[in-house]
Design a protein around this ligand. Structure first.
Ligand code: SF4
Length: 473
């Protein structure tokens, strides 16, 4: 059965569709109370059907296969690389983020070429793999190295690929339209499962042979021609190549409209129209911004960054970029993080008592909510004050202070309970709690319930250092 056989688009799965194919014995082997509860979790992608062990038996094989097919994502998931550092791209279930959480954040690859010196290559590889930024408890990183053959020389390419592979575990993309050059690169890393770029209408057969021989995913390239892209996919599928990534071309300046349109049409065809031939991850190449004739590296980096940002919001599963400037990559990776965060769940940290520095019995106790963004901002502002302190993180169900107070998620009761549970009375001699200015309206109630004196702090956490300086002697 195809996942797309409905007329008006892809059929929405309901728990009952899944339930009908389960063993329906309510045996609880999966850890759920009954088969319907399991089916509901399967539809929400919270659990895999493989956790129903009775379903894995020979007699249920047919139903298992039917379920696998039903649950197949609209966009195929493709793995690049091997082992712990392998990266999955695609695997999208839906077109719009509000319908369901996006899986597999857009992977970002930084390029090197076989005409760069060894030192230049190694410096860029190091910069790529060392790029990291802690944002709301998540490390933002770059995922891959793209090695371009600009020399078209097989030996040079092979040498560069070997050098890169010896110095990084990041998955690799090999880029050349010449199959002989690409094969020389593959011979340097025959078991690394790099992504190879790219099969075109002129070289598809040679590239298909390489993809099959080395068990590699393959990029299909048809700039600004979705119809040709589709034909090439059909041909490659018939040849036996299944792990494909689509490159419809990336154009900057006047071609930007076409680029966005092509990306959107491809994803729409896969997720709404059920076109399996376009149900593959999409690759964007903002790196093309550097081929335009501007003499300013800054302008090139800026163009590359805005094209990349647009493509992250418009269905790109993989981007190849050239610049490594933090001012360009940091906003891009933050944007990616925001788009790939589950919109159904507030971004929360665990509630409880945190220590900042080495607090003692005279140290101040501050309070905040467990909304991740608030927590990390407050913790950083206390740290920057240089004061050793306790930070009481109250469970507000992941809401910020003002909305938590307004929505009764952050109440005098929850604060008072948090004080008791954290045993603060045994850690400090005083009984003073500094609460955010935005929670001022519950200060009286907190005092009544907890018997702690409440000091109302600043509305914005950036004022914490000065507040502590002025009020905590
Ligand atoms: Fe139902 Fe399978 Fe879970 Fe048993 S293990 S309760 S059969 S879903």
């Amino acid at each position: 059965m195809s996942r797309k056989e409905t007329k008006g688009g892809i059929k929405q799965l309901s728990p009952i569709d899944v339930y009908m194919l389960l063993p329906k014995t309510n045996c609880k082997e999966c850890g759920e109370d009954n088969c319907m509860a399991f089916a509901t979790k399967v539809v929400n992608r919270e659990i895999s059907i493989d956790q129903c062990s009775p379903l894995l038996t020979k007699e249920n094989e047919k139903n298992y296969n039917k379920l696998k097919e039903m649950l197949k994502p609209a966009v195929k998931e493709v793995t690049i690389g091997v082992g712990d550092s392998a990266v999955n791209v695609g695997g999208k279930l839906v077109m719009y983020r509000h319908e369901f959480t996006y899986t597999n954040p857009t992977a970002i690859a930084i390029d090197v070429s076989d005409e760069m010196s060894d030192d230049e290559v190694l410096a860029k590889v190091k910069k790529t793999q060392d790029f990291t930024y802690l944002y709301i408890g998540n490390n933002l990183n770059l995922q891959m190295i793209a090695i371009r053959s600009t020399s078209n020389d097989t030996e040079k390419f092979k040498r560069t690929v070997k050098k890169v592979a010896e110095n990084t575990k990041l998955p690799i993309i090999l880029c050349s339209l010449d199959s002989a050059v690409l094969e020389s690169g593959l011979m340097a890393i025959p078991k690394a499962r790099p992504l190879i770029h790219a099969a075109t209408q002129d070289n598809w057969k040679e590239m298909a042979e390489l993809a099959l021989m080395y068990n590699c995913p393959l990029v299909v390239s048809a700039p600004n021609d979705i119809s040709l892209l589709r034909t090439l996919v059909k041909t490659l599928n018939a040849y036996g190549v299944e792990d494909l990534i689509l490159d419809p071309g990336t154009f900057t300046s006047s071609g930007l409209g076409d680029t966005i349109n092509n990306f959107t049409m491809i994803r729409r065809a896969a997720c709404i129209m059920g076109d399996e031939l376009l149900g593959y991850p999409i690759m964007g190449t903002p790196i093309v911004a550097w081929t335009e004739s501007t003499n300013s590296q800054t302008v090139n980096a800026w163009k590359e960054a805005y094209v990349a940002s647009m493509l992250v919001t418009r269905y790109a599963d993989l981007l190849v970029m050239h610049g490594t400037e933090g001012w360009a990559l940091l906003p891009l990776t933050v944007l990616r993080q925001n788009i790939y965060t589950d919109p159904r769940k507030p971004v929360a940290v665990e509630a409880g008592l945190r220590t900042i520095g080495t607090p003692d019995e005279n140290s101040p106790v501050l309070m905040t909510s467990n909304f991740a963004l608030t927590y990390y901002t407050v913790a950083q502002d206390i740290e920057s004050s240089g004061t050793n302190a306790y930070l009481l993180v109250v469970d507000s169900e992941g809401t910020a202070i003002d909305s938590g107070v307004a929505g009764r998620k952050l109440t005098a009761e929850t604060v008072s309970d948090a004080i008791k549970e954290s045993n603060l009375d045994k850690k400090v001699k005083h009984r003073k709690l500094i609460i955010p200015g935005k929670a001022a309206r519950i200060s009286g109630e907190i005092e009544e319930l907890s018997n702690w004196q409440v000091l109302v702090g600043t509305r914005d956490s950036s004022g914490i250092p000065k507040f502590l300086q002025d009020n905590w002697k």
